[in-house]
Design a protein around this ligand. Sequence first.
Ligand code: ASP
Length: 328
Amino acid sequence: MATRRGLLAAGGLATVAGSARAQTPSPAVMVSTWDFGRAANAAGLERRRAGGSALDMVEAGGRVVEADGGNGSVGFGGMPDRDGRVTLDACVMDWAGGIGAVAALEDVVHAVSVARAVMEKTPHWMLVGTGAREFAVAQGFPTQSLLTPEAEAAWRRWLETSEYAPRPNSENGGWASMPGGENNHDTIGLLALDQAGRMAGACTTSGMAFKMRGRVGDSPIVGAGLFVDDAVGGATATGVGEDVVRVAGSHAVVEAMRHGMDPAAACRSVIERLARLRGTQVAGHQVALLALDKAGRAGGFALQPGFTYAVTDAAGETRIVRAGALFA
Ligand code: ASP
């Protein structure tokens, strides 16, 4: 997988510091967190061209990253918890207020699709742990070990100290696949507009590396890791989930857009709110927010420098944009 350093070398990274310049020249129809959002958006655009819904788009994008065993923060190949088990959190939300989620799901790669199945085939919005796994199996989802040899080796190295500490992406190195990467957590959050102009979002992650067994982050929590209001736009989050939940991050961004802020300014306002609330307690943490409004304007903002996101227009052109940061 390409690192941000590689993209810089290839001249493929658009550096955008301010909110006004963060707008795409042509309206975006899909945005996803981090550099790996590029491959996700490509899959989403394929679905769009085939007449798929916004929900089909974000599901397809999430599945690409979930299946990538080289990505240590999502799906197969994700870092395990402190007991050596990979547990996945995911949710989806559509234009009509449809919501579905799974948390602490084991042995099933495509958590985003299980979340969608919860939405479409149950009277509930979230299933967790063994119940989520049993539901997935009953729905015909295959099971397999999600722990790659590389992730297991990283966990065994971690056991030597067993010190839990979220490590943010570095400014220049960006997201790097664990093991050996500097970062030990990420999420793919996706927002899309289909040909009918309807918006949907998805969010999928293996959560914080070496978390406590049973820990659930923000990513499957509607309003925190993801929120969509088809009248306004959507937002998604990546970073330390405990911090995102404190400010109901994605919902707060959508509400700021509802009151007139552009996506980047809305994300910035919520990051600033978190910093006011927690002060030095978030100094070493990464929290990043990404938003897309109904006009196709995209924007993001983060606590720490180095957060990137992929922006794709209806023609399938994708730019990797570097968000502004509070601690820049
Ligand atoms: N938000 C994820 C979690 O807390 C991790 C991340 O996106 O970095 O589980």
